[in-house]
Design a protein around this ligand. Sequence first.
Ligand code: FES
Ligand code: FES
Length: 163
Amino acid sequence: MSKFFINGDRVDFQGAPDTPLLWVLRDSYDLTGTKFGCGMALCGACTVHVNGEATRSCVTPVSTLEGKRVTTIEGLPATAVVKAVNAAWVDKDVVQCGYCQPGQVMAATALLSKNPKPSDADIDAAMSGNICRCATYQRVKEAIKSASATLGPARPAAAPKKA
Ligand code: FES
Ligand code: FES
């Protein structure tokens, strides 16, 4: 038995403790926005947040979740980061087939929630484990940068030019 939270709701999972979280989400709670890709922590399609950290649910046994907060793509709260990412995803027309996109969005929102102004290297490091068969990588990166530009404190104004 494992007691934890999914999208704010407390759950008591009665199945085997080594059951992967991905199976629990999709089969027990009908939360099918989180996708199965490789099942081996290699593709990122199954990415959710566990206590705010981007986490591969396909290799996360429920026994490790006691008391923790799991958030799926269905339960993302309307924070400033989530709104910025959603708007940027539409603006940059990121999505092709869509299969990898829940995982991409979960990884991007986890990154920007911790680091609203990531460098190119930060973005590459955070997103490198999210594979996209449609190769939307460039647009994902542009969308993260676009979302970032709307977050956090404004840059200091440039010094006035000397006459
Ligand atoms: S399905 Fe979990 S990383 Fe591929
Ligand atoms: S949008 Fe098709 S796999 Fe990424």
